[in-house]
Write a protein that binds this ligand. Sequence first.
Ligand SMILES: Cc1ncc(COP(=O)(O)O)c(C=O)c1O
Length: 445
Amino acid sequence: EASASSQPASGEGTLADRIQHRRASGSAAPTPVPLTAWAERIARIPLLGAGTAANVIYDFRPGIGAADAFPWQRWRRIVGWQDPVDQLVDNRAQYRENAVRRGQWDALLGPIETRRAIAAWLRRSRAVRCEDEQILIAGSVQQMLALLARLLVEPGQGLIVEDPSYVGFHAAFLAEGARLQGVPVDQSGLRVDALPRIDPTSVADAAHLAVVTPSHQYPTGVTLSLERRLALLEWARRHGVLVVEDDYDGDLRLEGQPLEALRGLDDRDEVIYLGTFSKALYPAMRLGYAVLPRWLVEPVARARAASDRHPTWRDALAVARFIEVGELERHLARVRRLYRLRRDALVTALHDHLGDVVVIGPAEAGIHLLAGLPDGTDDVGIAHNAEQLGIEFSPLSPHYYSTSPRQGMLLGFGALPEEQLARGIQLLAPLVRAAVPNSGEACRS
Ligand SMILES: Cc1ncc(COP(=O)(O)O)c(C=O)c1O
């Protein structure tokens, strides 16, 4: 009320005028300044990880692992192990800061100890072709996607994604104004035969980046066949496209031998490989890693210099030690056993309560599965109603971008003990049945 009409409106006058106006108005609310076009784009993108119901009892969100199985004591010992050498750690961090200022940008990629440990681990566990100097340690896959989007995609330029795909991919690239081109997925993964013909020399806005999840397609859970992996690399070469392989849960194969990473087949340094500790350890760790083609290392380091400089040094060093002493391998062996039991409990509960309604997707890897629903079901509506019962899961349809969405429930089984999984599905089943058109008839296969 006090805002006198004689005062300049927000955004008008000199800076001094505006500051005076703000003080004079006596308003507790700060005066906003105009947001950028980037901010406007991002405001239109549905927020990731938002809307979590406060009282989730049955947490079926995909990608949430067993926090109770994390070896906290061992982790504490490893982090504590650094204490006697704290001064040394600090000195080294300081030394690296100085090195960065002198133009030795490789320190921006993270501690060399961690990069070395991860490179060795990736070569050993995922047959990834990489050298220490190609490894970037970042806060997460999401952060790396954001960096890559800024470095590699101009507004209006195409980006190839699987359809359906992770909404985190959509967010990172839509924020930069990319034009998403969804390519359908079937039982053998990305339909390589449906990839577009691209002539990068004639069309300025042609896609030159494709983001894929070959080991465990997100969200459907299918695995890209070896034949298609080779065909994808061949297509990428022919069309001048750089492939980004998101191997977000590649070390959580629950059945059979994992197919080697796409970056294991790449003998020309043409695939960007992304990994994260969010699934293998826990999401709040916020540490991920990339293997970058050699030509891209310096541009990424420079982009980093203008954002967070480097990852949190202490946690990154603790991860290096965790890998070196074999704890990561031991932990993964333990949780794979646990996740098999939880996956089996979820599959059994789905058969028991919704066997005639859902199509249970492949569940040979990772910590979620897709329960497909018949066309005409409103999966978002079910998710909304389920929240009232303290049940949270992720509906399938929002993961589609180009093709017409199918309906389904992405059900994480990492975070819940077996009885809870069974009870949650029992509670959810009536909601699902009520939403399925002509419930009782057999579901399409
Ligand atoms: C396909 C995919 N990639 C990446 C991530 C997240 O990784 P980060 O936590 O490192 O951003 C997720 C998380 O659910 C995911 O589903």
